[in-house]
Design a protein around this ligand. Sequence first.
Ligand code: GLA
Length: 378
Amino acid sequence: MLTDQAAGAFRALTGTDPVGVWSGPGRINLIGEHTDYNDGFVLPFALPQAAFLAASPRTDGRWRLRSVDLDDTVELGLDELVPGTPGWHSYLAGVVWALREAGHEVVGADLVLTSDVPLGAGLSSSAAIECAALTALADLNGLDIAPMDRAKLARVAENAYVGAPTGLLDQAASTLCVADHALFLDCRTLETQQVPLAVTAAGLEILVIDTRTRHSHVDGEYAARRASCEEACRLLGVPALRDVTDLDDALARLPEQTGRRVRHVVTENQRVLDAMTALAAGDYPGLGRLMTASHASMRDDYEITEASVDLAVEVALAEGALGARMTGGGFGGCVLALVSADRVDAVSEAVIAAFAAAGLPQPVTFLGRPSAGARRVR
Ligand code: GLA
């Protein structure tokens, strides 16, 4: 449906049909949080919710960028592709810029965007746009770019143009995920593995609870966590926290708070590897325990949760979830709970009731079904 909406809006803007429509999904990280920029491990899957981009090339070397959702159109020439330019269109312009910086020929284009990835919910709405754009522009310009290199270029757009100092998790997930699988990614070697995620066959569902709460200082807190990790590496004399092999020794050598940040990253990496083992064995209770332990580590050591996500996790567990954790960068956003299919409604209703009792906005719940990565859809 969003494919038609993007194509229809393109026709309204240009009077012609788009050459094609491309999509880039949002993602859920099953486990492995704040490990990507520490050369660690992550295990995301792509969501059915995605950014859709209808596109055609132009001959005048300009880019006309339209957001259907914001009802805004921006037109840019080459000299207006300036890193740090604020605004929604930076996610599209940043991809044009990153491709050109990498030496690719990219002609002007009309790009019309619509998305159903919730904004600011920790589901990677920005990478969804970037990866849809990367896929569209690669096709329109006949560029032969390997999938991992596409993800890396989309990350360059996010880091250098949009200005958010993120790791590779979101762009790798949006580009490389395949349906019914999670993506194991070693963020140091860039080794990947498609891991079957057959929770429904096991009578389970991944229930996503969007708490609709967002901390207002997310960007600053994210940068602060990243800076703590870099400081720890300097104090420990290691290239990345991936290289911490003796956690007790590291904790003895670090200030208390920095030590807790390191403990989160080191134990979270191990939890990703343990989750791989649990999935291979079909051990869903084990996977659930790892998810819950991940949440506790984010809450107590990395200190990136807040009251609403902690409440959603507590209520889901009390209602029988096998495990529950916040997903994404933190400070609000979404919780995922691994729930027996026949408990989905009970868990949703209990969380909604608990939020009402606590005077919090009503959360939105939906099922997280592992979906395909960025691709041409028309
Ligand atoms: C955000 C960033 C990712 C990753 C996660 C935390 O989503 O964009 O690179 O660091 O936070 O795991």
